[in-house]
Write a protein that binds this ligand. Structure first.
Ligand SMILES: C[S@@+](CC[C@H](N)C(=O)[O-])C[C@H]1O[C@@H](n2cnc3c(N)ncnc32)[C@H](O)[C@@H]1O
Length: 271
């Protein structure tokens, strides 16, 4: 992601950015209910050893810690783990999943949400993570699938001008994300990569958050328009006035943006 200065960070998100706490909190608002449902269905419970990779604001790690109880253990790792609050059953580590030695021993649950799509070695990492599970353990990988909005980016009736500036904004963010090395369709390929590595118990869940103005997804798009403003007004046809119109719409409940799906790939290791 690009920072307010227009400077590209090394990875998709920079937790040192002043907007990061709000950004991470909005991601949790958008996705935690779905994530917790998937993890509940897997039976995460007492005594489980869990690893949350790219833990962000730590809310998924905290949910895990509540579930695993006194006999379980949770590792929350992140390149910049500053936003993971302290918790007696969470071991928070500053850790680069692409280069640092991985925590041992193996895990009952490994979870990475909105992380692998940003990383160049995503295929190899997914396969290595599956091999880092205990027998019967679960790997849960969630990423945005950003291949959907080819026909329209606004779902509600709007005038041609609003449609045009929303399309310009959508496409500019798409192009920028591609420049950071993000794979927009990795989410739809994850299961295939794991099956090709020999795993048979692999399934995919699709979730699309609502996109009405004022929802967390719309507020995240609004926040990104602020963070990216220097780039957008210097490198695209969007003006400061256009961005003001986009932001106004993103708070209007009558407006509805087309949101990205997330695909959650769930792998169970053989017992
Ligand atoms: C888009 S945020 C997602 C945060 C959280 N997983 C969520 O879904 O709310 C991506 C997170 O991955 C972390 N991250 C990026 N590259 C990483 C790496 N190579 N190793 C570990 N964490 C990384 C970032 O610092 C950030 O906290």
């Amino acid at each position: 992601m690009y920072t307010a200065t227009g400077k590209q960070s090394q990875h998709g998100f920079d937790n040192a950015a002043p907007e990061a706490p709000e950004q991470l909190s909005l991601l949790s608002e958008i996705l935690n209910r779905h994530t917790f449902g998937v993890l509940t269905d897997l039976g995460v419970g007492h005594g489980w050893r869990c690893w949350d990779i790219g833990a962000g604001d730590g809310s998924v790690a905290r949910w895990m810690a509540a579930r695993v109880g006194m006999t379980g253990h949770v590792v929350a790792s992140d390149l910049k783990p500053d936003h993971v609050p302290g918790h007696p059953r969470i071991e928070t580590i500053q850790h680069d999943i692409t280069g640092d030695p991985w925590p041992e021993p193996e895990f009952d649950l490994i979870h990475a949400r909105l992380v692998l799509m940003h990383l160049a070695d995503r295929e190899e990492l997914a396969v290595r993570l599956a091999a880092h599970l205990r027998p019967g353990g679960a790997l849960v990988l969630t990423d945005w699938y950003c291949g959907c909005a080819t026909e329209g980016v606004v779902a509600s009736p709007v005038d041609a001008y609003t449609e045009r500036v929303c399309r310009l904004y959508h496409d500019a963010v798409h192009v920028l994300s591609g420049k950071t090395g993000m794979d927009m369709v990795w989410a739809s390929r994850t299961a295939g990569v794991l099956r090709a590595a020999g795993h048979t118990d692999v399934s995919v869940e699709d979730y699309q958050a609502p996109g009405q103005g004022g929802t967390p997804t719309a507020r995240l798009a609004r926040l990104h328009s602020v963070m990216l403003e220097p780039y957008l007004v210097s490198q695209t046809d969007l003006t400061v006035d256009d961005l003001a119109v986009i932001r106004e719409n993103l708070l209007d409940p009558e407006f509805e943006m087309v949101t990205n799906h997330t695909y959650t790939t769930v792998l169970r290791a053989p017992k």
